[in-house]
Design a protein around this ligand. Structure first.
Ligand code: SAM
Length: 253
């Protein structure tokens, strides 16, 4: 692990820094060990509730995810929607970018290659697929296995923080938003994107795998603008992807 990556990591519970100890990371204060497997540090301990449900789902569908996502986007009439939110990101050469819930890394090839990209996800299957994709695309990224609600990064570690496609189903949206703010440098624009109800309804009509896991209307599918802390600046929400998704953005003061 590169020195600059290690210097940005912390124990997500205690926030103490970490050091390398063989093929593990070790909390410098408590000695707690976080293993590194296949080059990916593991920060997930116990997962419960909705997070467990979606971790299990994404682990199962990871191998065919990219193909089925292309099919579902066609069904839902979601052409090229990623550019609509990626253009919101404020990225310059060398910018240190964090994507929370990176999945198979589908946003990575659409971003400039001269950035320092970090991705975290709860699903080990999605991260392994992401690793294979990075190899295919000849792209570099630092990947971590962890929860959005417990980010293993130090305060103000990133110049750009974004999330796309999972927050509607997170166990704790408030905590995940607070964590994104914690790891963002002062002045950073944070961008959060997910689906609105219409798009979910299309999925349920056409994707039996998802239908078994989530019944339409069983979850609260709306833009979490009310969960953004009052002190954030430039809070803005808009519909993208022909009204099928929301894009929420705000700036850390
Ligand atoms: C629809 S995929 C989106 C992946 C990627 N962001 C994209 O735009 O293609 C949602 C991802 O969120 C991840 N996820 C769900 N809940 C999570 C949580 N609480 N913390 C971290 N990742 C989570 C899933 O494992 C899955 O990879």
């Amino acid at each position: 692990m590169e020195e600059h990556v290690l210097s940005l990591l912390c124990d997500p519970e205690t926030r103490f820094g970490l050091e390398l100890a063989g093929n593990n990371l070790r909390n410098t204060a408590t000695g707690r060990i976080f293993p590194i497997q296949d080059g990916i540090p593991l920060f997930v301990s116990s997962v419960s509730g909705s997070n467990l449900k979606y971790q299990t789902l994404y682990d199962r569908i990871a191998p065919g995810y990219d193909l089925s996502e292309r099919f579902l986007n066609w069904v839902k009439g979601k052409p090229d929607y990623r550019q609509e939110f990626l253009k919101e990101l404020e990225i310059k050469p060398g910018t240190r970018v964090l994507e929370v819930a990176v999945g198979t890394g589908a946003n990575i090839p659409l971003l400039p290659s001269d950035i320092d990209f970090f991705g975290i996800d709860l699903s080990w299957g999605m991260l392994r697929k992401c690793q294979r994709n990075l190899h295919l695309w000849n792209r570099q990224a630092h990947l971590f296995h962890g929860e959005a609600e417990r980010l293993p990064f130090k305060v103000e570690a990133f110049d750009c923080v974004f999330h796309a496609g999972g927050i509607n189903r997170f166990n704790d949206k408030v905590r995940a938003i607070k964590e994104m703010i914690w790891v963002a440098r002062s002045g950073t624009k944070i961008v959060i994107v997910d689906e609105l109800e219409d798009a979910r309804a299309e999925v349920h009509r056409h994707a039996p795998v998802s239908k078994r896991n989530v019944e339409p209307g069983s979850e609260n599918v709306r833009c979490p603008i009310d969960l953004v802390p009052g002190e954030m600046k430039d809070v803005r929400a808009r519909e993208i992807c022909d009204g099928k998704m929301y894009c929420l953005s705000f700036r850390k003061p």
